[in-house]
Ligand binder design. Structure first.
Ligand SMILES: *[C@@H]1O[C@H](CO)[C@@H](O)[C@H](O)[C@H]1NC(C)=O
Ligand SMILES: *[C@@H]1O[C@H](CO)[C@@H](O)[C@H](O)[C@H]1NC(C)=O
Ligand SMILES: *[C@@H]1O[C@H](CO)[C@@H](O)[C@H](O)[C@H]1NC(C)=O
Ligand SMILES: *[C@@H]1O[C@H](CO)[C@@H](O)[C@H](O)[C@H]1NC(C)=O
Length: 389
C-alpha cells in the first residue's frame, strides 16, 4: 500500500515537472523569435537571422553568442515557471530584456542605498525643509482613506532608462512632474539626463549611470531651483558632462519646498500616497524584468533579507479579486508591464521592502505669481467643464 502511494506520488510529480519543463527545441525556437522581434540593432540583425540555433559553431563571436543563448534559456525557463506556478500571482513574458546578457540585465536598476537619505546633505539649503518623519501622516491616523488612488493622470508616459542605472533620476523627476502639475495645472517634462550628468559630476553625491540614491536627485532640484526640459536636455542613457552653464530657454523655475521621509509602516505609506506620488525604493530582479501583468509577488526575490535596489514611483493602490495591490510606475518604457506600470502585492509583510526608503515632496514655485494665476485659470476651467457636463 505504502509503496503504491509512493509510486502514485512519484507519477504525479513526474507529470507536474514535465508540464513545467520546456524542451530545448522549444527554447531555441523562442530564442529565434525573440531575436527577430527585439534585437533591433542593425549590425546584429542579419547575423542572428541566418543562425540556426542552438548553434555554437558559427561566427567569430562564439562565446558571446553561447552566453546570450544560455542567458535566454534561463529567462525563458523563469517565464515558464512563473506562468505555471500559482505562488506567483502575476504573468510573465519573453520581452525586450530576454535577449540581453547577464551584465546588461543588471543595468536596469541603479538605486544605491549606501548613499542613503541624510538631512546633513541639505544643511546649506535654507529655503528648504526636510522632515525626517511625515507628521501629517502620523496625525491622520484615524482618517478614512479612499478605496483606491491612482495619480497616473498627473504624470507623463513612462520612458525607458535603458542600459543606465538612472532609476533614481527617473523616480525623482517623475515625483517633481506630478507635484508640479498639481500645483500649476501645467504638464512639464523635465530632463532626466541633467540629473544623471550633474550628480555624476559631484561624485560624492552618487554615480550617474552607476547608481545613486533618490534623494541625490532631489538635492539637485533643490540646489538648482530650475530644471531643463526633456526636449532640450535629451536623455542619452550614459554619463556625460553636466551642462550647468548653458542658458537653455526651457529652464523652469522649480525647487523643493519640503521633503518628507515616510515612516516605515504600511499605514504611513498608504496615507502618504493619498497626499501624492511617493518616490520609493524596491527590490527588483529577473522576475520583475519579465513581468507582464497582474499582481507582482516573488517570495524568492523579495525574501526577508532583500534590500531595495530599484527606485520607482508609488502612484496609488487598490484591490482586485480580494487582493490588495500597490500601483507602481516603472522606468522601463510603456511597452513593459501594464503600460509601463506594475501592481505589487500590498499589506503583505513589506513585500520587496517598499517601506524602506519612501520620500514624498512639496514643490516650490519660484515664480509664485505665475503659479497662482495659472492655478486660478485652471480652477475656473474645471468649474466651467463640470457645469457644462
Ligand atoms: C554606492 O555608493 C557608495 C558611496 O557613494 C560607493 O562607495 C559604492 O561603490 C556604491 N555602490 C555601487 C554598487 O556602485
Ligand atoms: C555647506 O557649506 C559649507 C561651507 O561652505 C561646506 O563646508 C559644506 O560641505 C556644505 N555642506 C554640504 C552638504 O554641501
Ligand atoms: C490608472 O489611471 C489610468 C488613467 O489615468 C488608467 O489608464 C489605468 O488603467 C489606471 N490604473 C489602475 C490600476 O486603475
Ligand atoms: C561654469 O560653472 C562652473 C561651476 O558652476 C564655474 O566654476 C565656471 O566658471 C562656469 N564657466 C563659465 C564659462 O561660465
Amino acid at each position: 500500500m505504502r509503496s503504491l502511494s509512493i509510486l502514485v506520488f512519484l507519477m504525479l510529480c513526474n507529470v507536474a515537472v514535465s508540464t513545467f519543463k520546456l524542451s530545448n527545441r522549444k527554447i531555441a525556437k523562442e530564442y529565434r523569435e525573440a531575436l527577430k522581434k527585439f534585437n533591433t540593432a542593425p549590425q546584429n540583425v542579419p547575423q542572428f537571422q541566418k543562425m540556426n540555433l542552438p548553434d555554437t559553431t558559427i561566427g567569430p563571436d562564439k562565446a558571446a553568442r553561447r552566453s546570450s543563448y544560455k542567458n535566454f534559456k534561463k529567462y525563458s525557463e523563469l517565464v515558464n515557471e512563473i506562468n505555471h506556478d500559482d505562488t506567483f500571482s502575476f504573468t510573465a513574458e519573453i520581452n525586450k530584456f530576454s535577449i540581453e546578457s547577464e551584465s546588461d540585465l543588471n543595468t536596469h536598476f541603479g538605486m544605491n542605498m549606501s548613499a542613503s537619505f541624510d538631512d546633513e546633505m541639505f544643511e546649506n539649503d535654507t529655503d528648504f525643509e526636510f522632515e525626517p518623519q511625515d507628521e501629517a501622516v502620523e496625525k491622520r491616523d484615524a482618517v478614512e482613506l479612499p478605496e483606491s488612488i491612482n495619480w497616473s493622470y498627473t504624470m507623463s508616459e513612462p520612458e525607458h532608462q535603458r542600459k543606465c542605472g538612472s532609476c533614481w533620476a527617473f523616480s525623482a523627476i517623475s515625483s517633481v512632474e506630478s507635484a508640479y502639475y498639481r500645483a500649476t495645472g501645467l504638464r512639464k517634462k523635465f530632463s532626466y539626463q541633467e540629473l544623471v550628468d550633474c550628480v555624476f559630476e559631484e561624485k560624492r553625491w552618487g554615480n550617474g549611470c552607476k547608481g545613486a540614491s533618490i534623494n541625490t536627485g532631489f538635492l539637485w532640484v533643490t540646489r538648482q531651483k530650475r530644471l531643463a526640459s526633456r526636449e532640450d536636455y535629451k536623455y542619452v542613457a550614459k554619463d556625460g558632462e553636466c551642462k550647468k552653464n548653458t542658458t537653455l530657454n526651457s529652464y523652469i523655475n522649480v525647487g523643493l519646498k519640503r521633503l518628507y521621509r515616510v515612516p516605515k509602516t504600511e499605514s504611513a505609506l498608504l496615507q502618504a500616497v493619498v497626499e501624492g506620488v511617493v518616490s520609493v525604493g524596491v527590490k527588483g530582479g529577473r522576475s520583475l524584468l519579465a513581468y507582464k501583468s497582474g499582481i507582482y509577488y516573488d517570495r524568492y526575490l523579495c525574501r526577508a533579507t532583500a534590500y531595495p535596489n530599484h527606485a520607482v514611483n508609488l502612484v496609488g493602490y487598490g484591490e482586485e479579486g480580494g487582493k490588495k495591490y500597490w500601483l507602481i510606475r516603472n522606468s522601463w518604457g510603456k511597452d513593459w508591464g501594464e503600460g509601463g506600470y506594475y501592481r505589487m502585492t500590498r499589506d503583505h509583510k513589506n513585500h520587496c521592502k517598499i517601506h524602506e526608503t519612501a520620500l514624498r515632496l512639496d514643490i516650490q514655485c519660484y515664480n509664485r505669481k505665475q503659479c497662482e494665476e495659472q492655478k486660478k485659470v485652471n480652477e475656473l476651467k474645471k468649474q466651467i467643464e463640470t457645469e457644462l457636463v
